[in-house]
Ligand binder design. Sequence first.
Ligand code: NAP
Ligand code: GFB
Length: 318
Amino acid sequence: MPDKKIIMVTGGTGLVGKAIETVVQSENRVDETWIFVSSKDADLCDLDSTRRLFEKYKPTHVIHLAAMVGGLFHNMSHNLDFLRNNLHMNDNVLQMSYETGVRKVVSCLSTCIFPDKTTYPIDESMIHNGPPHPSNFGYSYAKRMIDVANKAYHEQYGCLFTSVVPCNVFGPHDNYNPESSHVIPGLIRKLFDTIDNGGDTFLVMGTGKPLRQFIYSLDLARLFVWVLREYDEVEPIILSVDEECEVSIKKVAEELVKSFDFKGSIVFDETKADGQYKKTASNKKLRCYLPDFQFTPFSRAIKESVDWYRQNHLLARN
Ligand code: NAP
Ligand code: GFB
């Protein structure tokens, strides 16, 4: 019988946390107890609150998702908050994991933290090769310090602290708040409201030209659970769809129009920022481990996300 694991998921009520909960609920493994925590259980920016959380649940493993997270525009206007809040949370969670003898921690970076001036595709070896895009330098440096800390805890204490690097994520239980959301939930809410108000113009910010790789939250969740159980390198691993699955923001808007069966027109507000033009990441390392992993087709994932919001918009994080 394998050792019993107590797996605590910080940020457990968010987009990625809820997807992991959905995945593990369907497995119901007797050797794993999963605990999903949020800021209501502990403010991870506060060390004493974090210590009390670890003393209460005594996790053997931690998936560390909790973060101040937001889209391009929220990052652009709050770089200091993104820097400080995430530095505090990350330091507190890793230090408490070390002090309480957690066997493995899997933290979460992002493909948006890579150098702005770079060659493509980006891979795991390039994280620290130059400054990030100016729009989200606060978040980026805080996230990069997770990788630095992981290596330091491993070198000094032998800790197995590692991290994953997802591309842009979307799916059910996202954050739909127009000020802080990412593009897909932001546009889902916008198009839903436009239709609800009988409008015939779907306003999309920027030129629509930037390119993104999007991973469906439920696919990312399955990969996260695999990383927790099977991936034992301290080095980060990119969890992204294939490079050829990269789409433009315009394509995203068109897919949403299809899913909502919207008959009006798409208008691009070019006075608004585009952010990074591209951040194409290679998933070659992941493919070496899981050559046959199947990602949900983008249009199906968009449809499921739109349907979830239509059914749950009154409860969704708006
Ligand atoms: P999310 O939906 O915004 O959820 C954030 C989670 O963190 C929530 O459960 C929130 O709890 C918790 N949290 C925030 N501040 C906290 C605090 N001070 N103390 C304790 N908990 C706190 O985020 P997400 O999109 O699921 O992101 C999860 C992880 O994936 C993050 O590390 C993010 O950087 C990374 N990531 C996300 C994307 C993306 O496109 N979404 C892409 C790449 C990487 P409350 O609900 O109680 O506030
Ligand atoms: O998801 P998003 O906000 O963040 O996407 P990034 C921004 C792109 O979508 C820009 C366009 O080209 C925007 O002009 N866009 C169009 C919109 N309409 C909207 C809208 O209604 N809301 C939003 N948010 N964008 C983030 C990083 O970059 O990637 C974060 O800043 C985070 O740190 C995230 O890591 C994953 O992909 O540009």
